[in-house]
Design a binder for this molecule. Structure first.
Ligand code: BJW
Length: 232
């Protein structure tokens, strides 16, 4: 059985990473739509760098939670039959032990050079405009996908959704496309669909089944159920 899991900010919430659209979703009074656009970066690169530098630094003080570790456990059992597509730019899936993870909205621990388009592992601040390790030009930006930009790995994602027997969406509001459309894409190709979220998402009607509660409770329960079925 091929399982494709889509994760969003809600899976990292219990690790202490703020979500975007919940009550605490503002950063210094900015909505994500105000800082996560190429236009915001052109207008004030310093503001945008500070936003991402702060989030990169905050990664050091958070750890994976039981939802991340349950997905890593599932991967140990399903191997290549499990793919996690995450909208998150944190590295909590990897730190929990998952290896088959696509970061469709990029990664905090990566910098993208606007001059040579190189992607570089990055654990420092960008606000001081360091030179690109590849070409030396001072055009490094956060390697994340902003509104109006095309997410990473869309071709591979289309193939994986078409092959999925089960599509599970965890901790995402369903407010941002193309990720919000994956459930319908997977369903069109015959997948069963399951939502695990604190509350009904904007696309909850598209799921065959929806369970509402904390990811740290729901995901380990669902993984245990699936593994019990797989081993029978
Ligand atoms: C819990 C929990 C717990 C809390 N347990 N659950 C009009 C109509 C339709 C589309 C568009 C439109 N106008 C423009 C568009 C397109 C646009 C878009 O979707 N805009 C919307 C605002 C309408 N999309 C784009 O521009 C995308 N690109 C694009 O479409 O290119 C064209 C193209 C695509 C494909 C092929 C060809 C062409 C790019 C979108 C980039 C999004 N970028 C961001 C920032 C990334 C970097 C960063 O992290 O800063 O990505 S925005 C932000 O939202 C971030 C997230 O990944 C993304 C999704 O948010 P998420 O993860 O769902 O978080 P929340 O906070 O919204 O929800 C959390 C959920 O968890 C809630 O439901 C809680 O209840 C729940 N929860 N605690 C379980 N403990």
């Amino acid at each position: 059985m091929k399982v494709v899991v889509l994760t969003g900010a809600g899976i990292s919430a219990e690790s202490g990473v703020p979500t975007f659209r919940d009550a605490d979703g503002l950063w210094e009074g900015h909505r994500v739509e105000d800082v996560a656009t190429p236009e915001a970066y052109e207008l004030s690169p310093t503001t945008v760098h500070r936003f991402y530098d702060a989030r990169r630094a905050a990664l050091l003080s958070v750890d994976p939670n039981p939802a991340h570790t349950a997905l890593a456990r599932l991967e140990q059992s399903l191997g290549d039959d499990l793919l996690v597509i995450t909208q998150n730019i944190d590295d909590l899936h990897e730190r929990a032990g998952s290896e088959r993870v696509l970061h469709m909205h990029g990664e905090l621990r990566s910098a993208l050079c606007r001059a040579c388009h190189g992607r570089h592992r990055w654990d420092h601040d960008l606000v001081d405009l360091p030179p690109c390790p590849g070409c030396g030009v001072t055009e490094l930006r956060p390697d994340v996908v902003w509104f109006g930009e095309i997410p990473y790995e869309m071709d591979r994602i289309a193939v994986e959704l078409a092959r999925a027997d089960l599509f599970v969406s965890i901790g995402t509001s369903g407010a941002v496309y193309p990720a919000a459309g994956f459930v319908r894409q997977a369903m069109r190709y015959g997948a069963r669909t399951l939502e695990l979220n604190l509350e009904p998402s904007e696309g909850t009607v598209w799921f065959h089944e929806a369970r509402h509660g904390r990811a740290g409770d729901l995901v380990p329960e669902w993984v245990a159920e699936l593994l019990a079925g797989v081993s029978r």
